[in-house]
Design a protein around this ligand. Structure first.
Ligand code: OSB
Ligand code: MG
Length: 372
C-alpha cells in the first residue's frame, strides 16, 4: 500500500441528547475524520479527541496540527506491507495517541478493503456477535436518568453504566438498585475521587456493581493499587491505560480487575491488540470503551470487539442513541438481545456516506506525498 494522500476533515454533529460526565457536558461533537488514499482505495479513520482537553490532554485543535505537521508526513509516500507498519513510522511522536490511531486505523481499513476481507478478521477477531452495554451520562434529575435506563433496558442492552461524581453517586445508585435489583450495573467516575475518599468509595460495594471505572486520577496506577484491595467492587481502568505496559503494570500491582480498551486512547489497533493480549494472558477481562464516535469510529470499535477476550459488554451501542443521521450505511443497530451482529463485507462492512460527510464538513485539508 503506497500512502499517496491523507485528508483531514472536521464535521459538526449535534448529539441527539447531551452527554455529561464528571468533567462536563457535551452537546455537539466536532467529529474529526481522516481518510487515507492508497492504490485507488480509501481507508477511513476517526480521531476521537474531544472538544476540550478534559478526558485526556488530547483535543481536536491539538490533534489537527499534530497530524498535519508530524504524523501524516511520517507515513505519506511510504509503501507499507501491512497497516501495523504505520505504527512504527509514527512512533517517534510522543503521546498524541488519538491522533496516531486515526491514521493507523484508516490504514487498517484500507488494508482490509485491499485484501478483500472484513476488518474484524484482519484484526484476528473471532466473535460474530458482540454484547452491548450503554453509558448514560449525568442527567438534570434522577427521574430523567431512570427514564433513560428504562428505555435502554427495553431496547435489550446487557449492561447499564452510569456516570458518577461527588454529589451524584450513592443516592443515584440507591434509586437504580431499588427499582432494578438484578440488572448488570456499573459506574464510571472519570477520575472524580481521591484516595482520601476510601470510606465513601467503600459504600459503592453495597450496590453489587460489575465495576467502578476510573475512580482516581487519570494518570495514576499506584493509588488504584492501594484502593482496589479495600473494595469488594472491581476497579476498571480507562484513562490510566495508554499502552500494553500500563496494562501489565496495573495487573501486576493489582490496581484493577478489568480493563476498558479504547483504540484511540492506546494509539491504534496495533497497541489495542497488545493490551488485549496482555489482559488475556492474565485472565483480566476487557471491554471496548466509546468516545461518542460517529459511525466510522463506531464500526472500528465493533471490529475490535470481536477479539476473544472482549468478554464483557462494551460501550458500543446503536447509532441512533447519538445521531439523527449517522455517517455510515447501514447505521449500527442492536438486536433485541442487546448484541451487534458483525458484518462480513470487506472493510468494516459499513459503507461510508461521502455525500453526507461532504455536507457536514466545516474544515478540510488534503496532504500529499512529496517526491518520496
Ligand atoms: O469515560 O468512557 C468514558 C465519553 C466521552 C469521554 C469518556 C467516556 C465517555 C463515555 C461514552 O462513557 C461512551 C460512549 O457511549 O461512546
Ligand atoms: Mg470511562
Amino acid at each position: 500500500m503506497k500512502i499517496e494522500a491523507i485528508t483531514l476533515r472536521e464535521l459538526e454533529m449535534p448529539l441527539v441528547h447531551f452527554f455529561e460526565t464528571s468533567f462536563g457536558r457535551t452537546y455537539t461533537r466536532r467529529v474529526f475524520l481522516i481518510s487515507v488514499h492508497c492504490d485507488g482505495i480509501t481507508g477511513w479513520g476517526e480521531c476521537v479527541a474531544s472538544e476540550n482537553p478534559y478526558y485526556s490532554s488530547e483535543w481536536i485543535e491539538a490533534a489537527w496540527p499534530t497530524i498535519k505537521h508530524f504524523l501524516a508526513p511520517a507515513v505519506l509516500g511510504h509503501t507499507l506491507a501491512t497497516a501495523q507498519e504505520s505504527a512504527s513510522l509514527m512512533a517517534k511522536v510522543r503521546g498524541h495517541r488519538m491522533a496516531k490511531a486515526a491514521i493507523e486505523n484508516a490504514i487498517w481499513d484500507a488494508e482490509a478493503k485491499q485484501t478483500q476481507q472484513p476488518l474484524w478478521k484482519l484484526l484476528g477477531g473471532t466473535l460474530r456477535e458482540i454484547p452491548c452495554g450503554v453509558s448514560i451520562g449525568i442527567q438534570d434529575s434522577i427521574e430523567q436518568l431512570l427514564d433513560k435506563i428504562q428505555t435502554e433496558l427495553a431496547a435489550g442492552y446487557r449492561r447499564i453504566k452510569v456516570k458518577v461524581k461527588p454529589g451524584w453517586d450513592l443516592h443515584v445508585l440507591e434509586r437504580i438498585r431499588s427499582r432494578w435489583p438484578e440488572i448488570v450495573l456499573s459506574c464510571d467516575a472519570n477520575s472524580a475521587y481521591t484516595l482520601d475518599q476510601i470510606e465513601h468509595l467503600r459504600k459503592f460495594d453495597q450496590f453489587n456493581l460489575l465495576m467502578i471505572e476510573q475512580p482516581l486520577w487519570d494518570d495514576d496506577i499506584y493509588n488504584h493499587s492501594r484502593l482496589q484491595p479495600k473494595l469488594r467492587t472491581a476497579i476498571c481502568l480507562d484513562e490510566s491505560i495508554h499502552h500494553a505496559r500500563d496494562a501489565a503494570q496495573a495487573i501486576e500491582t493489582g490496581a484493577c480487575r478489568i480493563i476498558n480498551i479504547k483504540v484511540g486512547r492506546v494509539g491504534g489497533f496495533t497497541e489495542a491488540k497488545k493490551v488485549h493480549d496482555v489482559c488475556a494472558a492474565h485472565n483480566i477481562p476487557v471491554w471496548c470503551g466509546g468516545m461518542l464516535e460517529s459511525g466510522i469510529g463506531r464500526a472500528h470499535n465493533i471490529a475490535l470487539s470481536t477479539l476473544k477476550n472482549f468478554s464483557l459488554p462494551g460501550d458500543v451501542s446503536a447509532s441512533k442513541r447519538y445521531w439523527k443521521e449517522d455517517l455510515i450505511d447501514p447505521e449500527v443497530e442492536v438486536t433485541p438481545q442487546g448484541t451487534i451482529v458483525v458484518r462480513d463485507e470487506p472493510g468494516t462492512g459499513y459503507r461510508v456516506r461521502e455525500d453526507l460527510i461532504e455536507k457536514l464538513t466545516i474544515r478540510k485539508e488534503t496532504l500529499r506525498a512529496s517526491g518520496k
